[in-house]
Design a protein around this ligand. Structure first.
Ligand SMILES: Cc1cc2nc3c(=O)[nH]c(=O)nc-3n(C[C@H](O)[C@H](O)[C@H](O)COP(=O)(O)O)c2cc1C
Length: 197
C-alpha cells in the first residue's frame, strides 16, 4: 500500500495526514511480515499512555502459516472468517483487569479498556507509517479465543487485529469488495461540545 494512496477523506479542519490516511481494509497481499516489523508494531503499542502508567494491555501475535495463527483465526466470526485469514499477522489485544494499589491490594483497573484502546491506535498508526494496514475485529468467539490463546484469569479480550500489506479489493467476495473503501465520520458538533453536553 502506498503511503500516498488517496483515501478521498476530507477533514473539516487541519489535521495531521496520518489520521484520515489510516483506515481498515480487508484485502491483503501475500507479503509476510518480518519479526522486526512485528516488533515495531508492538513497540508502538508499548509507548501508549495509561493511567498511573499501569500499561494494562497484553498482546498475543502469530504469523500466517503458524498453528497459533490458525487457532486465533478459527475464533473469528461472521465475515471476519472470510477475509482475515489472508492477513500476514493476527494480534489478540487483551488487558489485565486489576492492578495492585499502594496498599498492596488487588483492585479493579477501571481504565484498562481505555488505555488498551490507546495502545491499539498507536499500533494502527505505526502500521500505517510502515506502509501496512491494521484492521481491528470485535467479531470473535470470546470463550474460544480465550481458550486458544490461553488467556490468563483476570484478563479481558478486546479485539483481534489483522495486519498486512493492503491488497487488491478484486480478491474479495462481491459484498466485501463493495465495502472496501475508507468510511466517513459524524460531524464534529455531534461528538464534541464546548462547555457541556
Ligand atoms: C473495537 C473494534 C472492533 C471492530 N470489529 C470489526 C469486525 O469484527 N469486523 C470488521 O470487519 N471490522 C471491524 N472493525 C472495524 C470498524 O468497522 C472500522 O474501524 C470502522 O468502520 C471505521 O472505519 P476505518 O477504520 O476504515 O476508518 C472494528 C473496529 C474496532 C475499533
Amino acid at each position: 500500500m502506498s503511503l500516498d494512496q488517496p483515501t478521498g477523506r476530507q477533514p473539516d479542519h487541519p489535521v495531521a495526514s496520518q489520521f484520515p490516511a489510516r483506515w481498515s481494509p480487508r484485502a491483503f497481499t501475500d507479503r509476510s511480515l518480518a519479526e522486526s516489523e512485528v516488533m515495531s508494531l508492538l513497540e508502538a503499542a508499548r509507548w501508549a499512555p495509561s493511567a498511573s502508567n499501569h500499561q494494562p494491555w497484553r498482546l498475543v501475535w502469530a504469523r500466517r502459516g503458524e498453528a497459533a495463527f490458525d487457532a486465533i483465526h478459527s475464533s473469528l466470526t461472521g465475515n471476519n472468517l472470510i477475509w482475515a485469514g489472508k492477513a500476514a499477522v493476527l494480534m489478540v489485544v487483551a488487558s489485565q483487569d486489576s492492578v495492585t494499589n499502594r496498599a498492596g491490594e488487588e483492585v479493579a483497573n477501571r481504565t484498562a479498556a481505555f488505555d488498551t484502546g490507546a495502545a491499539w491506535m498507536s499500533l494502527a498508526l505505526q502500521a500505517r507509517t510502515m506502509g501496512l494496514a491494521a484492521h481491528a475485529m470485535g467479531g470473535f468467539d470470546n470463550a474460544r479465543l480465550a481458550s486458544e490463546v490461553g488467556l490468563p484469569a483476570g484478563h479481558t479480550l478486546h479485539c483481534v487485529v489483522a495486519v498486512g500489506e493492503q491488497g487488491s479489493a478484486e480478491a474479495l467476495p462481491d459484498d466485501l469488495r463493495a465495502r472496501e473503501k475508507p468510511s466517513g465520520r459524524k460531524p464534529l458538533d455531534e461528538i464534541a461540545r464546548h462547555g457541556h453536553f
